[in-house]
Design a protein around this ligand. Structure first.
Ligand code: KG4
Ligand code: ZN
Length: 331
């Protein structure tokens, strides 16, 4: 079960020795509801989760051709995310597990994004380096084991996805702007506008996206004040180029620092075609194996939570009816 932001999702996944199979993965997106406001409205998200969650859970079971009696464990996103949205999934999963005497497994949403790569790459196993880029996170992880993660670097302010959405909105793209900017960037010149890099200088693996956002907004305001015409494709191309370049540079540095030979790219922004191409090029150059979830598993979905839940279940990380949700990462 996944309900941390604006997608309600339930999935049935079969995991075991040599088996990583998605039996169903139902995603009820709220994008249309939030588009009117240009971003996710937390209270509306919580209500929409409540309306959808029961229906999609039974749809997931039906599509998989099973009943609750066949379910070995219920995995649910317990952190991080919008607190009201998370609470809907957590409380629904708790009730479902308790009433049907099924083990309950809490999952960290970001670990779920990484686990999506196991579903699309059947032979993938730790250790590897993971770059998680989503609407709320931009982080580099050393994945030591299926449930063992070290954060090597992260954004000090905004996330890459949030940065894409913000500039997308300002240049008139519908929410969320990430996918639209991805397409538009092909029509522009990536070197047309000089923008600061989100990669922090030096050996750190941290990022900062607030500078590039402000610089782009200042550029757009300046153009408007002077009455000059804005070339939106050039903005999309230059902005995307700098973000992709920064993520690629820090990934290269992390590969060098850790000596790891496998890279996983995950999270909603992993669907970005420029970022995928850039990391493909880097991995080819460095002799590193690149594993990415298929595009349909990059955004928030229940299957990735189930996959991560399986490994937590094996470790014995279970919860009971006292499980609570948290907006921040607590495990
Ligand atoms: O992982 P996700 O579904 O939700 C969070 O956990 O935040 O990521 C959503 C983010 C949004 O910011 C969206 O604009 C971005 O992923 N995104 C993209 C693309 N597709 C989705 N960003 C850039 N290029 C894309 N093709
Ligand atoms: Zn996510």
């Amino acid at each position: 079960m996944e309900s941390s932001c604006d997608e309600t999702s339930a999935a049935v996944v079969e995991m075991g020795e040599g088996v990583r199979a998605i039996r169903s993965n139902i995603v009820a997106s709220q994008i249309e509801v939030h588009r009117l406001y240009g971003g996710v409205v937390p209270e509306i998200a919580s209500r929409a989760h409540i309306e959808a969650i029961s229906k999609i859970t039974y749809e997931a079971l039906e599509t998989a051709g099973i009943t609750l009696a066949d379910v070995g464990a219920v995995a649910v996103t317990a952190c991080p995310g919008l607190i009201g949205a998370l609470l809907v999934g957590v409380n629904f999963a708790k009730s479902l597990a308790y009433a049907n005497k099924i083990p309950l497994v809490p999952v960290n949403h970001i670990h779920g994004h990484i686990a999506a790569a196991y579903l699309s790459n059947p032979t993938l196993e730790p250790p590897f380096l993971a770059v998680v880029v989503s609407g709320g996170h931009t982080q580099l992880y050393r994945v030591n084991g299926y449930t063992d993660f070290d954060v090597l670097g992260s954004t000090r302010d905004d996330a890459a996805g949030e940065a894409f959405d913000k500039i997308g909105r300002v240049i008139g793209m519908p929410y969320p702007g990430g996918a639209a900017l991805d397409k538009l960037a092909y029509e522009g010149d990536p070197n047309a506008i000089k923008l600061p890099s989100p990669a922090l200088a030096g050996d750190t693996l941290d990022f900062s996206f607030s500078g590039i956002k402000t610089a782009t907004l200042n550029y757009l305001n300046g153009m408007q004040q002077r009455g000059e015409e804005i070339n939106r494709a050039d903005v999309a191309a230059s902005y995307t180029h700098q973000i992709v370049d920064a993520i690629t540079k820090k990934t290269e540095l992390a590969l060098k620092q850790t000596g790891l030979k496998t890279l996983v790219l995950a999270g909603g922004v992993a669907a970005n075609s420029h970022l995928r191409a850039s990391l493909e090029k880097l991995c080819k150059k460095k002799g590193v194996t690149l594993a990415m979830p298929e595009r349909g598993l990059c955004g928030d979905n229940g299957a990735m939570i189930a996959a991560a839940g399986y490994f937590n279940f094996l470790r014995g990380s279970l919860a009971n009816t006292s499980l609570n949700a948290s907006a921040c990462e607590i495990f």
